[in-house]
Design a protein around this ligand. Sequence first.
Ligand code: GLA
Length: 394
Amino acid sequence: MLNQEVYDKVAARFEAEFGAKPEAVAYAPGRIEVLGNHTDYNEGYVFSAAIDKGTFFAASPADDDKVTLVALDIGENGEKFECTLGTVAPVKQGATWANYPVGTFNWLFDGAPSKAGRGFKAVFGGNIPLGAGLSSSAALEMATALALAKIYGIEKDKTSLAKIGQKAEHTFAGCPCGLLDQASSLFGKEGALVKSDFRTCQFENVDLGPSVAFMMVKSNARHALADGAYATRRQACEDAARHFAGVLRKKVTHLRDVTMAEWVLYRGGLSETAARRAVHPIGEDERVLQGAELLEKGDLKGFGALMFDSHESSRYWFENSCEELDAIVDAAKAIPEVYGARLSGGGFGGSCCLLVDPSAADSIAAAITKEYKAKFGDEPACSLVKPSDGAHLV
Ligand code: GLA
């Protein structure tokens, strides 16, 4: 569905449900992760982009303390969730989707939602495929944050809004994510990548030029980060950072502070697993910095080669890939018009991100689909993705 159609649907349902037009509507896009995997919570670097699909969130203040949310895309005719300012809490069963908007609302008021004074009513819907690793949840958080900030008259900069969404993930949805998804949704720019530094929280746009595009290939492997594997990876990185802090004669708070040479020399004392996990974000940081130099020179093939290296590192060291994603990257490697390919986001399923020559999109999609089908029997979904503008009020 086109963004305009989604907007129309959300606005119409709001009026039907609440008998008036919404006071604010915000749009926030999903994201692709292009280079730099599991580096965000290690205070490292990432190249990502906001995509041309997203979530619309339409809201008005309530006259009382009631919070009413309608999720258009759930079930046949949408699903409703209600609470009051006094009962805002994580939803453990049933409408767990409400954790994203309700958690965002909670942290917009610093964890004291009664400060809002009155509740709100909202309808939201979008066109980001769910479970594809395109951060539909971060898009929902950022659309919620922008629309609610508007109706409650709250002024916050983009980085603060991103952190509010991240807190909702940690405390309501139960996913200990970094800041990448929310930041990408906010700082995206048409035709450009977002280069993020998660130590300084500096977000910069890097133009890509018209000769390349991204193709997302969605495997049919399940992708869920809240069920433990993401958290154990993060834990291993933090344990490894503590080890390096003890053995290196310099300040180390995160793996961002450790170089590849130091990993080689000082990995002894780490468990085999912790050492394998640690080298992934360390290598990814180096690849992002190298990638930035290559992009500046217009060397897209060189940049693409780093994407392939990134996937190898996921597959071998971090073990956050899976058979399906590996098959997509292997198939992509054999196609000359694909410059690079890697898994995108948390891993363990979801999608691969390919840097491609857009004029060959059809033949690339056909070749990958053929290989994938021969191995797994079903077809992956291939679609060209345009780097797009970040979240905004409509
Ligand atoms: C998920 C998380 C992000 C980031 C990526 C991996 O998308 O939500 O914070 O850690 O995985 O780079």
